[in-house]
Write a protein that binds this ligand. Structure first.
Ligand code: HEM
Length: 154
């Protein structure tokens, strides 16, 4: 189960990033060009939030399956001193949970706004903040925090 979860969690990062980038760019264009907030814009908002919720769910299941996290939890005093373990045991999950909270709040606030410009503005700002937090919290091969591959196979 663990290798499959890790595979899906790794691959899903790309869907999260692509959907967020698409939503932010189309939201920004809609906002700046005073466009009408269409059914398609609403779908983009909804699908983006759903993809991030799926990744959140995979992440929480992975949390309870990962041998790294199991080690972190049972050897907390030692593990907290090693940054790689601290990153996955605390930093990654805390920042990602905050980011997806920001997406959820932004998505639900955007759909309740009174006019089209406010809908675009709310979605764009909240999703852009979440995108930034997510980008920084991914263990990219080039990240100064923790490193994992761009793609993970089974
Ligand atoms: C948008 C949200 C998230 C993204 C983009 C993301 C992305 C990633 C990536 C790329 C990895 C490295 C995978 C690999 O080793 O190939 C990873 C590892 C991990 N993630 Fe996430 N993650 C997200 C949210 C979460 C959440 C919410 C949790 C838990 C509550 C979580 C738990 C973990 C754990 C435990 C690992 C390390 C697993 C291991 O190596 O055993 N992630 N994440």
């Amino acid at each position: 189960m663990y290798p499959y979860l890790l595979f899906f969690h790794s691959v899903f990062r790309w869907l999260v990033l692509i959907s967020l980038c698409y939503a932010v760019i189309s939201g920004l264009l809609g906002w700046l060009r005073n466009r009408h907030y269409s059914g398609n814009d609403n779908r983009i908002r909804h699908i983006t939030a759903t993809i991030s919720h799926i990744q959140l769910t995979i992440g929480y299941v992975l949390y309870f399956e990962s041998p790294i996290i199991a080690y972190f939890r049972s050897n907390y005093d030692e593990a907290i001193k090693q940054f790689d373990l601290k990153f996955f045991g605390l930093v990654h999950i805390a920042l990602m949970t905050v980011a997806i909270f920001v997406i959820t709040i932004g998505s639900s606030m955007a759909k309740r706004q009174a006019n089209d410009q406010a809908k675009f503005r709310t979605m764009t700002l909240f999703f852009a903040i979440a995108l930034l937090i997510i980008f920084v919290s991914i263990p990219w091969p080039f990240s100064p925090l923790a490193n994992r591959p761009y793609y993970r196979s089974f």
